[in-house]
Structures are given as C-alpha cells and as structure tokens.
Design a protein around this ligand. Structure first.
Ligand SMILES: Nc1ncnc2c1ncn2[C@@H]1O[C@H](COP(=O)(O)OP(=O)(O)OP(=O)(O)O)[C@@H](O)[C@H]1O
Length: 242
C-alpha cells in the first residue's frame, strides 16, 4: 500500500439516495486511496448501483460523490477519473484486440506510434502478447477479461471498478486473475473496488470489505475484522457461517 496515497480519500459518498420504482438505496462511505476493496452483498443489495453512482452512469436524487477530493456533480462518466470493467460486454466483437485496447487511450482511435507500443505493452502485461490481431469471439472468457483489463491499464485512471471480473472463470483462472490484479495494483498504486460473491476472493485479494444489505452499506471493515463478524445475518450467509 502506498503511504502517500492512503492518506487521501479515493471515494466519498455523502447522503446518496437512489430511488427506483420498487426500492430505494442510500449510500454513505469514505474509501481511502490505495486499497483493494471487495464489494459484497446478496443479489439485489445494490452493488452495481453503487458502481453506477460512482462512475456516473446513475444520477442520484440526493447526495454528493467526491473522487480524490473533487466533486463529481455534472461530470459524465468519461470525465471522471474512473475505469470500469463490467462482467461481460466490455469489448467490440468486430474489432481486433489491439483496437479494443486502443479505445482506452483514444475513443476516436487516433493513436500515435508510442500509443500503439503502450497497447502492446499492456497486452504483454496481462499475458496476451501477440494477441493484438485476434477478434474477441475467438478468445476464451478469461482472455476477454484480460483484454478488458489491458484497456483499463492504458487509461491510467486512479480508480478501477471491477464488476464480478472473475464470474466466467474456472478456479485456476480466478487465482491467476487475482494475482495479476494484485501485481498491477502494487505497480500502479491505484484504488480498486471489486464486486464479488466469493469469500475466497475477499481473503486472497482485498484489504477491506464494503458489505451491502438491502440498499445500504452495513459494513466497511478490514478483511480480518470482517471475517470475524457474526452480527449481521447477511454477512453470516455470505461467509457460510452455519
Ligand atoms: N434501472 C433500474 N430500475 C429499477 N430498479 C432497479 C434498476 N437498477 C437496479 N434496480 C433495483 O435496485 C436494487 C439493487 O440492484 P443492483 O443491480 O444494484 O444489485 P446488485 O447487488 O448489483 O445485484 P446482483 O448481485 O444480482 O448483480 C434491486 O432491487 C434492483 O431490482
């Protein structure tokens, strides 16, 4: 963990309220910079909505989003210092891998020679050197996720949001992706929020856990403390306690 970065707050949500027809969600939290934070909670507890609020895809009815000290009011997703990797559909199927990664640098694909080298470097970094000309449908699920990660890498945003990045992967690939994320995090000193349904990911990857229950953040603990909690039924279910 980078000590300078950890003094700052990566994400601050104050009095956020999101209202859908059948449910309302409220978020308050302050996430220190330089951490890997697992975001967990039962299906429908609000994890994706939390990400959408931070990234700017969902406009809350009330409240403030600050990222690295800056108020995000009125800033569309592309103007926020955030990269998001969704569970699926991260890539354009008809464009080759290098082009997909190049979008991370320039949405208009005006890439200099140096930019193209950065793309190739990022592909090598995620173990996909030489894959630049392949089309996404010819890749495995894990390879596609790694392309999405390479695109996030070339963007160099200080906050990375990953929505169940390991969902399509077998246990061996999950462990590999977790190691890769840890390495990249150590190199970039960025802040990573990662949605997961697996206690194994929490233990192997995260510094702390943000746990949601029915549209609220009910816990934000260091991993060792979180694993000892027995006071919230939803956390017990997540951890498989009885
Ligand atoms: N666009 C929307 N319109 C109406 N309701 C919505 C919308 N988006 C989310 N919701 C509701 O808000 C609640 C939280 O949904 P969200 O997708 O954030 O949960 P989640 O924790 O990410 O779930 P999962 O683990 O199943 O992906 C759910 O009750 C969901 O039905």
């Amino acid at each position: 963990m980078n000590s300078t970065a950890s003094a700052a707050t990566a994400v601050s949500l104050k009095g956020i309220e999101v209202r859908f027809e059948t449910t309302a969600l409220t978020f308050d939290c302050a996430i220190p910079a330089g951490r890997i934070v697992a975001v967990a909670g039962a299906s429908g507890s609000g994890k994706s909505t939390l990400f959408n609020v931070i990234a700017g895809f969902e406009e809350p009815e009330r409240g403030e989003v600050h990222i690295l000290g800056k108020d995000m009011a009125g800033r569309v997703p592309a103007e926020r210092p955030v990269s998001v990797i969704f569970q699926e559909h991260n890539l354009f199927a008809h464009l080759d891998v290098a082009t997909n990664v190049g979008f991370g640098i320039s949405p208009a694909l005006r890439l200099s020679t140096a930019d193209r080298m950065r793309v190739e470097e990022a592909l090598k970094r995620v173990g996909l050197g030489g894959f630049g000309n392949r089309l996404p449908p010819t890749l495995s699920g894990g390879e596609r996720q790694r392309v999405a990660l390479a695109r996030a890498l070339v963007r160099r945003r200080p906050l990375l949001l990953l929505d169940e990045p390991f969902a399509a992967l077998d246990p061996g690939m999950r462990a590999e992706m977790r190691d890769l994320l840890r390495d990249l995090h150590n190199e970039e000193a960025n802040t990573i929020l990662v949605i997961t349904h697996h206690p194994d990911d929490v233990k192997a990857l995260a510094d702390s856990v943000l746990f949601l229950d029915r549209g609220r953040i009910v816990a934000h603990d260091r991993v060792d403390r979180f694993l000892e909690r027995r006071d919230v039924a939803a956390i017990n279910r997540f951890l498989g306690n009885q």
